[in-house]
Design a protein around this ligand. Structure first.
Ligand code: MEV
Length: 415
């Protein structure tokens, strides 16, 4: 245990040496950690050793609220970007996606231990203005941006606990720090006035006051595939959407497909995708059982899709200001505000979902994945960039190509 005593106090070089000895890393491995480290990130997280990079690509063909857009996406999963572009294209051919922010406030909680709900409820109601003022005083700069604490209420959780809920407009920020500073200041105030027994204060990721809705329709003519007519595919997608409403097994995978797109975009935008994930999955369970987020139906000669979901995102602050790629990605995506960010993320989710459902109810997803899988097989087998095309072509001729086949092809090629 002593090896890592005060590890966080050590210099970068000392830390690398310690971890190298402890984990018996060879010089190549150490070199890779070293070469990918960036002094700036040393102050972003504790015990920093290196940057871990993921591929970033651009999903194309988005038409959102009449504006042409491309989406920077960070993902390690083959086919996600191709699928998002494909879904976006189908919507774009019929006017594109319409997205609208319904609300964008953050909720925070102060958990109080009390068996006298009425007393606490009475105090909070009578002193509402003072409570809002205490919260705003903890982060006054937010008022300049038109934000601030807006409302406070009390919920009884059981016979011993209540939650004082604070609703804050955090303007363009994601707002975790703003909210948590307000809550802690408020908790200190309440301790002296209303209740000494405060268990904790923290924002809630159940972001049902930060909702965005997106919809779009696709002409049947865009949906035909193989032996299936566009209308048949549309009907099958409607069925698939129904199954995601009635079966948790399917709903989970259905929503995972939506999150393939949303997470990849949220990461490119330097936002907290764990907060987004937890909020969305909780929302998917709001009716008492976990359900698919999107709904598809037939409207005249089109397949119409819609989805409402919570997205607690920030356009400024937090990692958006520290990670240098975020500003570039905001420019690539042409997003200028939190509202546009939320709308774009929701649109990507619906496009991603449409493409997945279309593939699933027609040829299956494996065929579409094949190219990228063969690429990945060839690279795992050691193919150079120059050899890649030829290796993939040879692998494609085989029934069930595997790593041994790929290695053999590379060996033959090099002879
Ligand atoms: C794979 O990452 C995502 C899908 O499984 C989504 C779905 O089943 O709807 C294809």
């Amino acid at each position: 245990m002593g090896t890592f005593n005060h590890f966080y106090h050590k210099s970068y070089d000392e830390r690398i040496n310690i971890i190298g000895d402890f984990s018996e890393l060879n010089s190549q491995e150490l070199k890779s950690l070293y070469e990918n480290h960036n002094e700036r990130n040393n102050s972003l997280i504790e015990n920093y050793i290196t940057d871990y990079s993921l591929p970033e690509g651009i999903a194309v063909n988005f038409l959102i609220n009449g504006e042409e857009k491309v989406a920077p996406m960070v993902t390690e999963e083959p086919s996600v970007i191709a699928a998002a572009s494909n879904g976006a294209r189908m919507f774009a051919k019929n006017g594109g996606l319409n997205a609208k922010v319904i609300s964008s406030n953050l909720t925070g909680q102060i958990i109080v231990k009390t068996d006298n709900f009425n007393l606490l409820f009475g105090y909070v109601n009578t002193h509402r203005d003072k409570i809002i003022a205490v919260a705003n005083n903890a982060h006054p700069s937010i008022l300049k941006y038109g934000g601030g604490a807006k409302e406070v209420s009390v919920r009884q959780l059981d016979e011993n606990y209540c939650s004082i809920d604070l609703f804050v407009d955090v303007a363009e920020a994601m707002g975790a720090n703003i909210m948590n500073s307000m809550l802690e200041a408020l908790a200190n105030f309440l301790k002296t006035k209303a209740s000494k027994d405060i268990l904790m204060s923290i924002l809630s990721n159940y972001s049902i006051d930060s909702l965005v809705t997106v919809s779009g329709s696709v002409k049947f003519s865009q949906l035909g595939k193989g032996n299936f007519s566009g209308k048949e595919v549309a009907n099958k997608i409607v069925e698939a959407s129904h199954i995601a409403q009635i079966d948790t097994y399917r709903a989970t995978t259905h929503n995972k497909g939506i999150m393939n797109g949303i997470d990849a975009f949220v990461m490119a935008m330097g936002n907290d995708w764990r907060a987004v994930e937890s909020g969305i999955h909780a929302y998917a369970s709001r009716n008492g059982h976990y359900q698919g987020l999107s709904h598809f139906m037939i409207k005249e000669d089109t397949l119409y899709g819609e989805m409402t979901l919570p997205l607690s995102l920030g356009f400024i602050g937090g990692a958006t200001k520290v990670l240098p790629k975020v500003k570039i990605n905001q420019r690539i995506a042409k997003v200028h505000s939190k509202k546009e960010l939320m709308q774009f993320a929701a649109a990507i989710g619906l496009a991603q979902n449409l493409a997945a459902l279309k593939a699933l109810v027609t040829e299956g997803i494996q065929k579409g994945h094949m190219n990228l899988q063969l690429n990945s097989l060839a690279m795992t087998a050691g193919s150079t960039d120059e050899e890649l095309f030829t290796v993939v072509q040879s692998l494609r001729q085989m029934q069930n190509p595997n790593l041994t086949n790929a290695k053999q092809i590379i060996q033959n090629l090099r002879k």
